[in-house]
Design a protein around this ligand. Structure first.
Ligand code: ADP
Ligand code: ASP
Ligand code: MG
Length: 401
């Protein structure tokens, strides 16, 4: 039996928590299991390292930022190895370079390509607990890269797939995946199970409990995930392909405040304009989400869309460069917006779900600015100030409590 156990930042925030993680690993080790542990950096240390970088250079190079933040995970893995050593349990910590976790070259948001398993299997054969740094990788030139914020989940799932693990447990600071972020919606309820597809939508739409790419990988390689608390023995949530329980109409609601709306007003109403606009953003790796185009009038049209707030200024600058000043009237940027979404596999076969969501927003007096849907989700763009009120009203309307 080979288990991969991942612990997030709060689960390794201090000495007591690290000792707690050590004990949980030893339990499995003493059952005779092979234990591979993936850790995040202690507490808020990734945030602190980023702040430190920005303090000395407000515009830090992405390469150096990755070099810096990956030290956080190196601290936690060695601390756990030391803790296990103090209990006389053989353990070894390994960073991405030592394992050889190969990624693409994109600093700050690299993708895992291949993981060498020889070293890990070798250490496991010697009956050691193997502790691997989450979040980090190396590119083909041996530069250190990171997988994006929250990326340790993805390291864990990728390792579970590469090692053909029998179980992959994601330990965090809540009891599992809830119908909404339990920190914002007090009545949120823990889900026993959720499908990969639903979880992928939820995590992409703001449910930070799992890194969305980890869910993508879990689905691709059929890794069943268990999300549970590192601080108690409650059962947690199982993330897998098909549910044994009845499908819910709506499984959860999520909010994402890291959104901005850009409106390009008064574009020429002729073929090729949308292509030119979105192609110029795509060529600079800017992801566009909800898109709305107005009906053409007097030879002009408006195109609005959302991007992540962090890249909104860059997106506007790209558009200003791509379109001569006389080809549009103005570009409007609004950062004070948020996306609120409902996700549920049951939606596919039940009409009226979107209408119910809109009714909940109406009840809460929340105006909808944009709408987008897929087979299993409805997303609305609203004013950021209304986020929590909208979340609670929608959660309540679908009886998710
Ligand atoms: P870790 O450091 O363990 O990776 P994260 O902070 O990344 O922990 O993720 C756990 C947090 O995700 C929870 O504390 C919770 O506030 C948040 N969260 C957001 N949406 C959900 C949800 N639907 N279910 C559970 N937790 C959620
Ligand atoms: N330490 C990294 C972060 O804070 C990775 C992770 O926690 O998953 O984003
Ligand atoms: Mg996380």
């Amino acid at each position: 039996m080979l288990v991969v156990k991942k612990f997030g930042g709060t689960s390794v925030a201090n000495k007591e928590r690290i000792l707690n993680v050590a004990r949980r690993c030893v339990e499995d080790y003493q059952k005779g299991y092979d234990v591979v542990v993936v850790l995040s950096a202690m507490g808020k240390s990734t945030d602190e390292l980023i702040a430190m970088a920005r303090d000395i250079n407000p515009n830090p190079s992405k390469r150096e930022l990755d070099m810096l933040v990956t030290t956080g995970e190196q601290v936690s893995v060695s601390m756990l190895a030391l803790a296990l050593g103090s209990m006389r349990i053989p353990a070894i910590s390994l960073n991405a370079f030592q394992v050889a976790m190969h990624t693409t070259h994109r600093y700050g948001n690299a993708r895992l390509k291949r993981i060498d398993t020889d070293r890990i299997f070798n250490e496991l054969e010697q009956r050691k607990i193997v502790i691997v740094t989450g979040f980090q990788g190396i590119d083909k030139f041996d530069n250190i890269t990171t997988l994006g914020r929250g990326g340790s989940d993805t390291t864990a799932v990728a390792l579970a797939a590469a090692l053909r693990a029998d179980a992959c447990e994601i330990f965090t600071d809540v009891d599992g995946v809830y119908t909404a972020d339990p920190r914002h919606v007090k009545t949120a309820r823990k889900l026993e199970q959720i499908t990969y597809d639903e979880m992928l939508e939820l995590s992409t739409l703001g449910a930070g409990v799992l890194h969305n790419r980890s869910v993508e990988l879990a689905k691709k390689y059929g890794v069943v995930l268990v999300v549970r608390s590192s601080l108690n023995d409650h059962e947690g949530t199982i993330v897998k392909e098909e549910l044994d329980v009845e499908k819910m109409l709506v499984s959860g609601v999520a909010a994402d405040k890291n959104a901005a709306r850009i409106a390009v007003i008064g574009l020429k109403d002729e073929p090729g304009i949308a292509f030119h606009l979105f192609n110029s953003l795509a060529s600079k790796n800017i992801n566009v989400d909800i898109i709305l185009q107005s009906v053409g009038r007097d030879g002009t049209k408006d195109i609005s869309f959302t991007v992540e707030e962090d890249v909104a200024d860059e997106a506007v600058a790209i558009l200003q460069k791509s379109f001569p000043r006389n080809e549009y009237k103005m570009i409007d940027l609004d950062k004070a917006v948020a996306k609120v979404s409902i996700v549920g596999a049951g939606m596919q076969t039940n009409p009226g779900v979107a209408a119910t969501m809109f009714e909940a927003l109406y009840d809460a007096g929340v105006n909808i600015r944009m709408i987008s849907t897929s087979e299993i989700r409805v997303t609305v763009l609203i004013d950021e100030d209304n986020t929590d009120r909208a979340l609670r009203s929608v959660h309540n309307k679908f009886d998710l409590d």
